[in-house]
Write a protein that binds this ligand. Structure first.
Ligand SMILES: *Cc1c(COP(=O)(O)O)cnc(C)c1O
Length: 414
């Protein structure tokens, strides 16, 4: 990290990061959008050196571009990691990372409570001979019980969506460290201003940049960040072609070639730029929506038409104490079960500020009936095992004024 940024606070570092880390030439405070697909080198030897990895540089925008590099510099810095790689979406980052690092015969322990599309992706892994065991990650003992000789990776989300289970992040990180298992943490729900991923010993952090990081619902993106905690030189799946690189670069180089270049889920220059700008207000937004979510959770918890509220900030939440030790704020995801006699769809249609929309991490508050939409692909019996009831509504709380949000719920529940 630059000396100029070292002792500064989170947001100070963030709003000056692009200017200092990337030094745009003409005094711009942002790296400009670069939409070029190809890069020209008057001396062909320079192009050859880039292809051979002897010098850093861009050859073709599916593998890298300057807008992508600028975003990666910022995100490596935000997460406190060593290096990172950006993708077209969170799913592109997750799928490319897992497919680049595991092979047939390997075993993956994954959280039972993951994002719906991640859950179906994990099912697909079985078709390629990768064994997957799903466990309840609120309890490290379940991870230990599931471990086999061929276990290569543990994958989980920090706060699960929509039921808001909080993973026993630190204990699982320590166990993975001790066993030399790759610890892949999807930190979409608790971006760096809420959770310091270093403190839980993550090997790799993946993020859907689309959500809180970009923050405004106008760009898709994903990232994987190498955290400097894992000995990649001892990981049997690193190909020999990458073994000469420094430890943290081995894994990034492998994901870059196998996962990004060969599979093709690259981020556009425009999206990379929008994410780089959006992330600047991350801490302001996380503070605000965490406050809003807590106020709303307390209001709804006391409302007679609401059967149950799921929010880690409530003292009644099963992992409230754990969440207090791990996070700065309890995040923006709040789910509810309405009483059985309340018509869920009619209630949602009465909302005036809260949008009926999929997506989360927007500045606006969004609601979605979970079983009918994002978990519709998953059988009801499976959903119930995940703790998802038929009438559950998930909210992504935005940055509106909290009195206006509460008033909107009040009129819709009346
Ligand atoms: C949305 C989401 C993803 C996928 O991200 P996209 O950018 O939509 O592909 C992955 N993990 C979690 C926890 C998410 O919420």
């Amino acid at each position: 990290m630059s000396d100029q940024l070292k002792d500064k606070g989170f947001t100070t570092r963030l709003v000056h990061a692009d200017r200092i880390l990337n030094s745009p030439e003409d005094g711009s405070v942002h790296s400009p959008v670069n939409s070029s697909v190809l890069f020209n080198y008057p001396k062909v030897e320079d192009l050859v050196d880039i292809f051979q990895g002897k010098v850093a540089g861009h050859a073709y925008a599916r593998t890298s571009s300057s807008s992508q590099s600028a975003l990666q510099n910022i995100m490596t810095h935000v997460e406190g990691g060593k290096a990172s790689l950006a993708f077209a979406s969170g799913m592109a980052a997750i799928s490319a990372t897992i497919l680049s690092l595991l092979e047939a015969g390997d075993h993956l322990i994954a959280s039972r409570f993951v994002f719906g599309n991640t859950a179906t992706f994990l099912q697909s892994l079985k078709r390629f001979g990768i064994e997957v065991t799903l466990v309840d990650v609120t309890d490290v003992e379940q991870v230990k019980t599931a471990k086999q000789d061929n276990t290569r990776m543990v994958f989980l989300e920090t706060i699960a969506n929509p039921v808001t289970q909080v993973a026993d992040l630190k204990a699982i990180g320590e166990y993975c460290d001790e066993q030399q298992i790759v610890y892949l943490v999807d930190n979409t729900m608790t971006p760096a201003s809420i959770l310091n991923s270093q403190s839980v010993k993550a090997s790799l952090v993946v993020n859907s940049l689309t959500k809180y990081i970009a923050g405004h619902g106008n760009a898709l993106g994903g990232i994987v960040v190498e955290m400097g905690n894992f000995k990649w030189s001892e990981f049997p799946r690193i190909e020999s072609g990458f073994a000469h690189l420094p430890d943290f670069q081995q894994v990034i180089a492998q994901i870059k070639k196998r996962g990004l270049r060969d599979m093709g889920g690259c981020i556009s220059g425009q999206s990379a730029h929008l994410v780089s700008v959006g992330v600047e207000t991350l801490a302001l937004r996380t503070t605000r929506f965490s406050e809003n979510a807590l106020a709303l959770a307390q209001y709804l918890d006391a409302h007679p038409k609401v059967k149950k509220v799921y929010y880690p900030g409530l003292e009644s939440h099963p992992q409230h104490q754990l969440a207090k030790t791990l996070f700065c704020g309890f995040g923006g995801i709040l789910s509810i079960d309405l009483q059985d006699d309340v018509d869920c769809f009619a209630f949602m249609n009465r909302m005036k500020l809260v949008l009926n929309a999929t997506h989360l991490g927007d500045t606006r508050t969004l609601g979605i009936p979970v079983a009918h939409t994002i978990f519709y692909d998953i059988a009801q019996q499976e959903r119930e095992k995940m703790g998802i009831s038929q009438n559950m509504i998930r909210y992504s709380i935005g940055i509106e004024d909290s009195k206006d949000l509460i008033a909107d719920f009040e009129q819709a529940l009346a």
